[in-house]
Design a protein around this ligand. Structure first.
Ligand code: M6R
Length: 607
């Protein structure tokens, strides 16, 4: 969840390190720090809060040096203070870390017993303290690094500087990703290739257990037993992506408005619009498998939940789905004849990756629905289904969600054809609907903003909001609630409309807005009955429906957002748009930090 970066350079590095950190700030923004070696001495600057605070500090007190490491933090152990900010220094050793050292308490006790004095409350400091101790015991730098790696347990991407070696950075990976960039007389290190894109597109990814010694002209890589390891050098696509807000106030807004384009791009990969066939080609054969497992976290999980409705309905394929943090511990009986799909924007989410490895151990074929094609989840899968959304910077996932849905819809239709549950005519009807989707998305985005802004004013005054939906609108209701709470900090819950009377109805009063997502589908009449129950108790209903739904619902709503009439398969993507925009505008009105909401990070690489 933290971002780390390093440069072994031939010119000053601190400004470049901070620029690279800016591209990693999506990983955490509780504090930031940079360390360099200059004139034989390790020096650092650290600042609490966003990167801009570190930049200000560096302007006041510049940090010279042609070698350095830097860090942007998402706090796990210890408050987000300057004292706990990385890099951590102990006796000529500087460390930045992403992950969690699980046995830090035990190591810390041991070190304290031998006289060590700890400066911070972090787990990371044990790494610096251990390496420093091994050096004092007489070990060389490489030996001390290797001994430390043998001693620590947990998840880590590490970069280590030694004061007595101003030409080398040591790095290690076990869990969180680490990319080494090859430059011209300089070498780079970063949590992802996007951070390194301004410097180089030639990347070597470390794999779990690897550690590396990086000099100005190259890198030596070793496995955990100290054997020399060879890892491929590849050309990264990351540099191709422009990462700026364009004319938008926030990345989230830009990403919402990009959806017609990116969804069209994604569909183009999975659907043949000439003969209207779903054309997902992969080495996962959906035809005979007894069941499919799906696992993911957060918004990606909710996309998976909608995918479950589609796989079960169109392909008659039973789907076992759970959030990844539960999936891997449930001891689900899994058949090796089945396949498993892992959905992740970043492709690095620790729980999703752990679920993937669990399924792999059980012999399942693994498919990855990912945005980052160079990610660990993609690399460890048998089949990769890229969602082609382009970089998503806003912490709240928007375009990745609708692209995930577009890909899942195409896969479900393709699976239906392979299993003989969708005939050619049905397939063509479904695919024609998908083809219409980008145009309708554009139409909706161009027309609903005034209404959404009006409504957001009401929502911004509320403490709690309930979202309801049935069928695929139920996961969308949960997604609406997740979006609102994560960026506006208004408490929100998403429920299956039919569950209302089993508890949540007790919350209904004139202060509680209830956002009902109800396209005019098979469930519409039932959802209307649930709305009647809300209205009867004085609840304020905001209905998001389509033309047909608005025409037949006779309810007295506080507001009704009317979207175009669309086929059932594309309704979740179309209805996502008002849901995302409502959260966005409400958060903006409340003055919240939309792209970097408190306590969150874009890439969650700790369990
Ligand atoms: O990178 P991933 O798709 O695996 O991330 C999963 C969740 O952390 C992510 O969707 C999170 O819930 C978002 N902040 C939601 O907007």
């Amino acid at each position: 969840m933290c971002g780390i970066v390093g440069i072994v350079g031939n010119q000053p590095v601190s400004e470049r390190l901070v620029n690279a950190l800016r591209r990693l700030e999506y990983r955490g923004y509780d504090s930031a720090g940079v360390a360099t070696i200059e004139g034989g001495a390790l020096r650092r600057r650290r600042a609490e809060g966003k990167l801009v605070n570190l930049e200000t500090k560096l302007k006041e007190e510049p940090l010279p040096g042609a070698i350095g490491i830097a860090h942007t933090r998402w706090a796990t152990h210890g408050a987000p203070t300057e004292r706990n900010a990385h890099p951590h220094f102990t006796d000529g050793v500087a460390v930045v870390h992403n992950g969690i050292i699980e046995n830090f308490a035990e190591i810390k006790d041991e070190l304290i017993a031998t006289g060590a004095e700890f400066q911070t409350e972090t787990d990371t400091e044990v790494v610096a303290q251990l390496v420093a101790k091994y050096r004092r015991d007489g070990m060389g730098r490489w030996q001390a690094m290797h001994a430390m790696l043998k001693r620590v347990r947990g998840a880590y991407a590490l970069a280590v500087l030694f004061e007595d070696d101003p030409s080398t950075i040591m790095a290690a990976r076990n869990g969180p990703p680490l990319a080494i960039g090859h430059g011209n007389g300089e070498m780079f290190l970063g949590s992802d290739a996007i951070a390194l894109a301004p410097f180089t597109n030639e990347i070597t990814y470390l794999i779990d257990g690897d550690w590396a010694v990086i000099g100005t002209t190259g890198v030596h890589i070793f496995d955990i037993d100290g054997n020399i390891a060879t890892r491929p050098r590849q050309v990264s696509m990351a540099a191709a992506y422009l990462v700026d807000k364009g004319n938008h106030r926030h990345f989230m807004e830009k990403e919402i408005y990009e959806q017609p384009e990116v969804v069209a791009h994604a569909l183009g990969q999975y659907v043949n619009f000439i003969d209207n066939r779903a054309a997902p080609s992969s080495n996962i054969d959906f035809a005979k498998m007894p069941s499919l497992a799906i696992s993911a976290c957060g918004t990606a999980y909710l996309a998976g939940l909608i995918g479950k409705y589609w796989f079960e309905r169109y392909a008659r394929l039973p789907v076992e789905i759970d959030v990844a943090s539960e999936f891997r511990y449930r001891e689900i009986p899994l058949s090796p004849q089945s396949a498993a799909l892992f959905i992740s924007q970043s492709g690095e989410t620790a729980d999703t990756l752990a679920s993937l490895r669990y399924c792999k151990e059980h012999g399942l074929k693994i498919g990855a629905v990912v945005n980052t094609r160079e990610s660990t989840i993609a690399r460890e899968s048998d089949a990769v289904f890229p969602i082609l959304a382009g970089p998503e910077i806003g912490v709240a996932s928007t375009k990745a969600f609708t692209c995930q849905l577009a890909v899942l819809a195409a896969l479900a239709i393709g699976a239906g054809r392979a299993r003989g549950t969708v005939n050619e005519e049905e397939e063509q009807v479904l695919v024609r609907s998908l083809a219409e989707m980008p145009r309708i998305m554009g139409q909706v985005l161009n027309s609903i903003q005034p209404k959404i802004e009006l409504l957001s004013r009401e929502l911004s005054k509320c403490r709690d909001v309930l979202y309801l939906g049935r069928g695929t609108s139920f996961p969308l209701a949960m997604e609406g609630a997740l979006k609102l709470k994560e960026i506006s900090y208004i408490h929100a819950e998403g429920y299956a409309a039919g569950e209302l009377k089993h508890g949540p109805i007790a919350l209904i009063d004139e202060n509680m807005p209830v956002i009902v997502i109800a396209p005019h589908d098979r469930f519409f009449d039932k959802t209307v009955s649930n709305m009647q129950e809300v209205a009867a108790r004085g609840g304020r209903i905001i209905l998001i429906t389509d033309g047909r739904g608005a025409a037949v619902s006779k309810l007295d709503t506080m507001h009704t957002i009317v979207l175009p009439d669309v086929d059932e398969i594309i309704a979740p993507m179309i209805f996502s748009l008002p849901v995302q925009l409502l959260a966005y505008h409400t958060a903006v009105l409340l003055g919240a930090d939309v792209d970097q909401p408190r306590n969150l990070a874009k890439s969650v690489t700790v369990e």
